[in-house]
Design a protein around this ligand. Structure first.
Ligand code: C2E
Ligand code: CA
Ligand code: CA
Length: 568
């Protein structure tokens, strides 16, 4: 046995020899050639073209090389013609063994790879030649296999990126674009109409893109799923691309609508890693998933950074919750009824302190978590924690500090919300009327049908309800009469605007009076100055919250504050 012609057979797992099929009607030739090759190869033999084809087409043996005589009962050239039509046989290299120089050219045209002269003279050279030809062929087919995606025969994504870099090197000064094209709901198409149908669509897209790109400098590749990528010289008119693709679709499907999403990254900086560029182009295309009327999106760095950051936050949420990265802060509320502001209670405000992102403000993550429903889990966590703190203060200080918890409008849709709240309070031995729930006026107004009944049940169960940000939601006085609430919290915007616009002071006075009509407590938040405090106190606002008195405090500072208040 000799060296590199042997390969590991992945199926059998041990070293095997290559198999050569000798086709010749003259027995003596078969014998001589068999003897020459026997040490280095497994040898099969056939006595005419037909027998050879039987062996080749049966697939019983993996043939690595055919040595073919020409003049025999079924002519060698007939065999070569069959080979040209059959991709399985075409993969096998053929060497023609002949003494007739004149038929060489004809055989070349029929795709023969090499010739060996009869009569056979130098056995070593014959063996070397057969080995070399098998090696060459294997290298070529391996290369072809790894470079190309099987179905479409386009470059696979790895080679696409590699050749895109070569393209950069060859056309240094040419401005270039990266484009990603995906078929919308392709998985569904596959499921509904079958894989063969899906393949047909992919092939049609591949062929159309290939044609489009053949008119300019560039290359096309196939990524995973239904995604194609193009790297080409810069164009301004990509609107034509979906039109071309629709034309291609008309040719293969008539009654099914196939739509695309296309992301374009123009003027690619060649120093950027191609992985990053392809990734950004795909994300740009994916931004259209929820916009069915649009087909093309152009990469926008700022927008994409924001989207990516949002995705990162969403991804980080479960472990952040588990690891306790969400911290409850407490902003004290003070009564205006005495000579001095008197501490009464606090609002719970959540803070995300992430080892990865640093301090993430609720303004950034609350609306994001509302969009995808994660807020439910977060608010449940906060409610439970808050109840736990209240219990510990009761045990430690002998008093129950009332807390207000912000409820998102999304929480309303949690099926067991009311029972959960009851459970947090009761299982911790907290009087329900010390547990306040803040709901924004806009949630009350905009989702009135869903929100009012749930909040009503919470209130009926004995909890206190605050209308947050009152005045921003444009509810009519009539609507207010239907809302179940105990506390009216004036929207911070009014407090902010009152110094600049005297009319706002009148509005604040009106809100306080309105609140009195409903026998509700009035709270002002966002109070930052003594002037604001004095005005609110003079006009009958019961409770004040804001930086003038205290910022939201972390747990240790807040507990210190409770201790100080008790010592007074
Ligand atoms: P909000 O419920 O209206 O909370 C009041 C916001 O005003 C808080 O911002 C608070 O820190 C801030 N603030 C308090 N006093 C002052 C002041 O004197 N000046 C100024 N400029 N600001 C003041 P924060 O903590 O950033 O919260 C923003 C919003 O995020 C909250 O508005 C609330 O809607 C939401 N949020 C905060 N925590 C939670 C939570 O646990 N659950 C839910 N669902 N939402 C929350
Ligand atoms: Ca609030
Ligand atoms: Ca508020």
């Amino acid at each position: 046995m000799s060296g590199n012609i042997e390969t590991m057979n992945p199926k059998r797992g041990f070293l095997i020899k290559k198999t050569v099929l000798i086709v010749d009607d003259e027995e003596i030739n078969v014998e001589i050639m068999s003897a020459i090759l026997a040490d280095d190869f497994y040898v099969l033999t056939a006595n005419d073209g037909k027998e050879a084809l039987d062996i080749l087409l049966s697939g019983d043996n993996k043939i690595d090389m055919v040595l073919l005589d020409v003049f025999m009962p079924m002519d060698g050239r007939e065999v070569l013609k069959v080979r040209q039509e059959n991709p399985d046989i075409k993969r096998i290299p053929f060497i023609v063994c002949t003494s007739d120089k004149n038929i060489e050219e004809e055989c070349f045209h029929l795709g023969v790879n090499d010739f060996i002269k009869k009569p056979y003279e130098n056995p070593d050279i014959i063996v070397a030649r057969v080995k070399r030809m098998i090696e060459l062929y294997e290298d070529r087919s391996i290369l072809k296999e790894v470079e190309r995606e099987k179905l479409t025969n386009l470059y696979n994504i790895e080679f696409f990126k590699k050749y895109a870099m070569q393209f950069d090197a060859n056309f240094k000064d040419l401005p270039k674009d990266m484009i990603s094209i995906s078929i919308n709901r392709f998985r569904l198409i596959n499921e509904l109409y079958g894989r063969a149908f899906g393949d047909k669509i992919l092939l049609a897209v591949a062929s159309k893109l290939g044609k489009c790109i053949s008119n300019c400098n560039g290359l096309v590749g196939k990524d995973a799923g239904s995604t194609f990528v193009i790297y080409c010289e810069h164009h301004d008119d990509y609107e034509i691309l979906p039109i071309k693709l629709q034309e291609a679709m008309k040719e293969v499907v008539n009654d099914i609508h196939v739509s695309f999403r296309i992301g374009v990254y123009p003027f690619v900086d060649p120093s950027l890693d191609k992985d990053i560029v392809v990734g950004r182009t795909k994300t740009t295309a994916d931004s259209l998933i929820n916009e069915p009327t649009k087909t093309i999106a152009i990469f926008n760095e700022e927008k994409q950074t924001k989207t990516l950051h949002k995705e990162e936050l969403i991804e980080a949420f479960p472990s952040a919750l588990e690891e306790g990265q969400f911290k409850l802060y407490f902003q004290p509320k003070y009564s205006t009824h005495g000579d001095k502001p008197a501490f009464t209670s606090a609002e719970v405000l959540i803070r995300w302190i992430s080892p990865k992102f640093g301090f993430v403000s609720p303004g950034e993550f609350i609306s994001l978590f509302e969009e995808n429903g994660l807020i439910g889990k977060l608010d449940a966590y906060i409610m439970e924690k808050a109840a736990g703190y209240m219990r510990s203060w009761k045990d430690r200080f002998g008093l129950c500090v009332p807390l207000s918890i912000n409820l998102s409008r999304i929480d309303i849709y949690r099926p067991n919300l009311v029972e959960e709240i009851i459970n947090y309070a009761d299982s911790n031995g907290i009087p329900r009327d010390k547990y306040f729930i803040e709901v924004t006026e806009s949630a009350f107004v905009e989702d009135a049908k869903e929100v009012i009944p749930v909040i009503d049940r919470i209130r009926q169960a004995g909890f206190k309800i605050e209308i947050d940000d009152f005045g921003s939601g444009y509810s009519s006085f009539g609507a207010l009469a239907d809302l179940p609430f105990d506390v009216l919290k004036i929207d911070m915007q009014f407090i902010r605007a009152m110094d600049k616009n005297p009319k706002v002071k009148d509005i604040i006075k009106m809100i306080i009076n309105l609140s009195k009509v409903f026998e509700a407590t009035t709270v002002a938040e966002g109070v930052e100055t003594k002037e604001q405090y004095d005005f609110l106190k003079e006009n009958g606002c019961d409770i004040i919250q804001g930086y003038y008195l205290s910022k939201p405090l972390p747990i240790n500072d807040f507990e210190e504050l409770i201790e100080k208040e008790l010592a007074k």
